[in-house]
Design a binder for this molecule. Sequence first.
Ligand code: ADP
Ligand code: MG
Length: 380
Amino acid sequence: MSTLIATFVEQFGHTPDGLWSAPGRVNLIGEHTDYNDGLALPIALPQRTVAACSRRVDDVLRVHSVAAGETVSVDLDEVGPGRPVGWASYVAGVLWAMRADGLPVGGLDVVLDSDVPLGAGLSSSAALECSVAAAAADLYGLGLLADDEGRARLAAAADRAENEIALAPTGGMDQLASLLCRPGHALLLDFHSGQRAHVPFDLAGHGLALLVIDTRARHALVDGQYAQRRTSCEQAAAALGVGSLRASDLAAVECLKDATLRRRARHVITEIQRVLDTVSALEAEDFERVGELFLASHASLRDDYEVSCQELDLAVETACASGALGARMTGGGFGGSAIALVPADRVEAVSAAVRQAFAVAGLAAPHPFAAVASSGAARS
Ligand code: ADP
Ligand code: MG
């Protein structure tokens, strides 16, 4: 942390007004459902992006990222789709979106550091956006961190930043998770009603742990495939005569003529039900059932939605073969991370088994780590 302040002084010649941080997230279940008015159930990770920030008297953003090794300066009036280019668009986009929402926000000096793995499907992008959104909210006296309503308004700005300025299509789950999650809880998100609930998620109390496995696989064409899946869902909804797949049901979906659309829609409908079933199983403290639902989710994402890959399948299969109660790919797919629900005393054994399976398959070494449900964005 002191290194971050030293870097800030080095960059800008004065000390920051404060430090704000926001977590990456991992979704327990409910994948590719956010843009279908469905349900998701993320937790915040212990890994966070920290933003050292100070308020400026003008409308200029100066931002330095330790990871990028670069400083970018931009006038907020110049921010627009794809401007500035690259990583700074996520940061500038947040201030742009807050201003577009009528919030009285001006310039900032920002230095960013992060221990969220970048591009691993653990939402370093939302952690980046939300750390800056939290800083801007505090430094401009907006009071939006005080409750979930205010935090959701910041999440909406961060979501717009990523979609409209960074031009990376995203469904809104990541930013809500990074801002609203609480320690020891998963966040149940309903993208139709906008309702949210904090669901107790205390694995340690039950002798269990959540193992996150960053497969280190980053396959190309991810963005194109994501856009294609979204389009398929829109086409399926149109063929079913509903506004979104949330409003349909399995019987109707099974009658779709187009086999691809049928499979895509089947994943969405069954996945939404699995989120509800997971919440019930958590309430009943039935973790065997949670494990089964993870596996069913993975099979659906692999076979019906077709967004898995060799590395994700291997991580899931190996985790289950070495003692996990269940496992699934998490995030958009085509690489990124998997999660496994494991007995606490099997964390090392499952991690070792996954590492070995990847070595045997000739794949790059994966990065498994145990994660507890952590807190949302806050001033540090
Ligand atoms: P994920 O959110 O799963 O990590 P994304 O592709 O959505 O993957 O976001 C990764 C991108 O976000 C990076 O390529 C970079 O542009 C930006 N980013 C995230 N964290 C940082 C950071 N600390 N510094 C600079 N850019 C970052
Ligand atoms: Mg992201």
